[in-house]
Design a protein around this ligand. Structure first.
Ligand SMILES: NC(=O)C1=CN([C@@H]2O[C@H](COP(=O)(O)OP(=O)(O)OC[C@H]3O[C@@H](n4cnc5c(N)ncnc54)[C@H](OP(=O)(O)O)[C@@H]3O)[C@@H](O)[C@H]2O)C=CC1
Ligand SMILES: O=C(O)[C@@H]1CCC=N1
Length: 266
């Protein structure tokens, strides 16, 4: 099996690094192309991948084509590849935020192509990703299963109705940035009270990682876990109430509102 990437930026690199970490396929079976030869050739050389000379060559040679270009350019690129897509019939996987299956299908000008819309997050690079998938009605079940298996090797997956993609994209696709922001805020507060920044960041990140693992493993909802940390008359409840007074929950929801609004606006 060969997997081809059109676009080799942050998202594509995260998927590729995850695939390599999991020894999912031989590195040479990963084909890459992007606009700037210096970008894709250097990344290919550094990771043992196969650079190819054009987007069309990716489609010609790959069984699965992952479109990882800026969302605004995704449809134009699909339209440019109509001839090759029709001839080769690879499985086409888009990671573009806000681009629908119907738009992908329309621009591919093919009625029977295997097309999937996915939304991974950058944590696929360390096989800790969360990826949503939905397939076009024309996509055979075995092709969906093949792509699901690929992302399952890079973390967790969920099959979602397309109408839920904007919410997922905000709460998972973009949210690593929000989680990093929270970790940096914790770390910075530690520095305010005298901790070394590197140590404070490690302490904050491990604490968030452990807390996330506890939420996933526990039968409790997060409020139950908050109560377990909040000793009566203790320090934690004072902090929780101050965070709420400062509007932490509203701030997070506003961040998600803005993320979804931007995706819908295109
Ligand atoms: N970053 C993230 O965390 C996530 C991103 N996504 C989606 O991934 C996609 C890519 O985003 P991201 O990786 O962040 O963006 P980047 O800007 O990091 O990468 C974009 C890539 O697209 C390439 N490119 C641009 N135009 C063309 C073209 N005409 N033909 C071939 N390659 C082209 C660029 O080439 P070059 O390097 O040569 O300039 C670059 O490699 C977007 O659709 C985004 O919605 C989805 C989930 C999470
Ligand atoms: O910022 C973006 O547009 C993309 C989509 C989800 C994460 N990154």
């Amino acid at each position: 099996m060969k997997i081809g990437f059109i676009g080799v930026g942050h998202m594509a690199q995260a998927i590729i690094l995850g695939l390599q970490r999991q020894n999912y396929l031989p590195a040479a079976n990963i084909l890459v192309h992007s606009v700037h030869p210096a970008h894709y050739q250097q990344f290919a050389a550094a990771n043992g991948l196969t650079p190819v000379a054009s987007n069309a060559a990716v489609v010609d040679q790959a069984d699965i084509v992952i479109l990882a270009v800026p969302a605004t350019q995704t449809l134009e690129i699909v339209a440019q590849l109509q001839t090759e897509l029709t001839a080769k019939q690879p499985i086409l996987v888009s990671v573009a935020g806000g681009i629908s299956l119907a738009q992908l299908q329309e621009n591919s000008d093919s009625t029977n192509l295997s097309i999937l819309r996915t939304m991974p997050n950058v944590n696929v690079a360390i096989a800790q990703g969360m990826t949503a998938l939905v397939a076009a009605p024309t996509t055979p079940e075995k092709d969906f299963a093949q792509v699901k298996q690929l992302f399952q090797a890079l973390g967790q997956t969920i099959q979602l109705a397309e109408k839920d993609f904007p919410a997922f994209s905000a709460v998972s696709g973009s949210a690593p940035a929000f989680a990093y922001l929270f970790i940096d805020a914790l770390s910075r507060a530690g520095v305010k009270y005298g901790l070394d920044k590197a140590a404070a960041t490690r302490i904050a990140a491990q604490t968030v990682k452990g807390s996330a693992a506890n939420v996933l493993q526990s039968q409790e909802n997060p409020w139950g876990l908050i109560d377990q940390v909040s000793s009566p008359g203790g320090t934690t409840v004072a902090g929780v109430l101050a965070l709420e007074e400062a509007g932490l929950m509203s701030a997070v929801v506003k961040g998600i509102d803005a993320t979804i609004a931007k995706e819908k606006q295109g």
